[in-house]
Ligand binder design. Sequence first.
Ligand SMILES: Cc1cc2nc3c(=O)[nH]c(=O)nc-3n(C[C@H](O)[C@H](O)[C@H](O)COP(=O)(O)OP(=O)(O)OC[C@H]3O[C@@H](n4cnc5c(N)ncnc54)[C@H](O)[C@@H]3O)c2cc1C
Length: 369
Amino acid sequence: MVQLNHAIAVIGGGFYGCSVAEYLAKQGAEVILFEQASDLMTRASYNNQARLHNGYHYPRSFSTAYRSRLNFSRFLHDYRPAIATNFVKLYAIARLSSKVSSRQFEYFCQNIEAPFTPARTSFADLFSPRLIAAVYETQEYAFDAAVLRRLLAERLAKAGVKIRLDTPIEQIISSISPAPMQVIDHQGNSTPVEYVFNCTYSGLNGVVGITPTQLKLKHEITELSLIQLPPELENIAVTVMDGPFFSFMPFPDRGLSTFTHVRYTPHAAWIEAANDGLNPYEMLKNCDRATNFGYMIRDAQRYIPCLETATHQDSLFEIKTVLVRNEGDDGRPILFEVDANEPRIVSMLGSKIDNIYDAYTAIDDYFKH
Ligand SMILES: Cc1cc2nc3c(=O)[nH]c(=O)nc-3n(C[C@H](O)[C@H](O)[C@H](O)COP(=O)(O)OP(=O)(O)OC[C@H]3O[C@@H](n4cnc5c(N)ncnc54)[C@H](O)[C@@H]3O)c2cc1C
């Protein structure tokens, strides 16, 4: 670990901003964390499917699957109080329209050394044999975002990170190094710093003075339905692979399950273009929030008939931001980009929670060079 005697601003108090702030502060940096909302972890880091990935989800991206396997045990160790393990995770392979067959899925799991067994009859019988070719019991868990928030707040306090809530950052004014840069908030207050880590996820290209990322971003307005599962599916989570199917996972903070469908979870999507003037947060605020749950469940109950009695309790709407280049293989690597015009600014996008360890490695490399 190198000693960082720098003043560093981290913009964005989601899981990435909080973790990066703590990581830098533990190496001696004087870190100030800016978050536009009134609490930490209220955006994508809360409104998500809560899946602690263990590789299974990525049969088309070996590198993402393999990294997930490595990061899974580390995350489990570091955030144990936030992890729910009290359910059985089933992966089912659709007979039609799946991009993987059951044989390919088995081969893939063996390759990444992810544990799986054919599902016990009591589980397999929940599925329509006409539409599902195989069902596997796997090892995949869920995280409780509210507990993660609490753990991170404690760790930030211990590491001495200063936190500024309700503070949107509007601009970074650059200068010739070693003169400090100025971080300007919505009220025009200015904070001098030597480095800036931009961890604003959907807002990544929204701060004046930070060069837009070279890798193109796609934003989706997504709906996660929160449902009460029928008694037959209590303590069960399911993902149907690999195509226009659905998934349900525990959402521990609400005592419900999230329900998503590849076809109906995205309500709108666009690829960011320079100067398109589309602020993802504003787009979400103004979108129509009529639920797609009816469509989702009608399709899903063909595969698992007892889902017919699942009840819709609520929906979480959030912007999901992904790299355009991974549209085809569904891979979820981190984006870690040094600003093209100011090398003391770094923008990063995590893609999934457990990738945080890849971000730490990238930070170490950045300060080594
Ligand atoms: C629908 C959905 C499902 C997902 N499912 C999973 C899953 O099951 N498992 C998994 O591992 N990952 C999942 N993800 C991805 C995961 O949620 C993200 O990778 C992760 O939360 C990103 O963390 P973050 O801190 O970068 O983003 P965020 O949590 O969104 O944090 C960014 C923060 O920056 C703040 N901000 C933005 N602009 C500014 C500004 N100018 N000034 C100050 N603050 C600003 C925002 O308010 C926000 O709090 C999912 C994402 C979505 C949307």
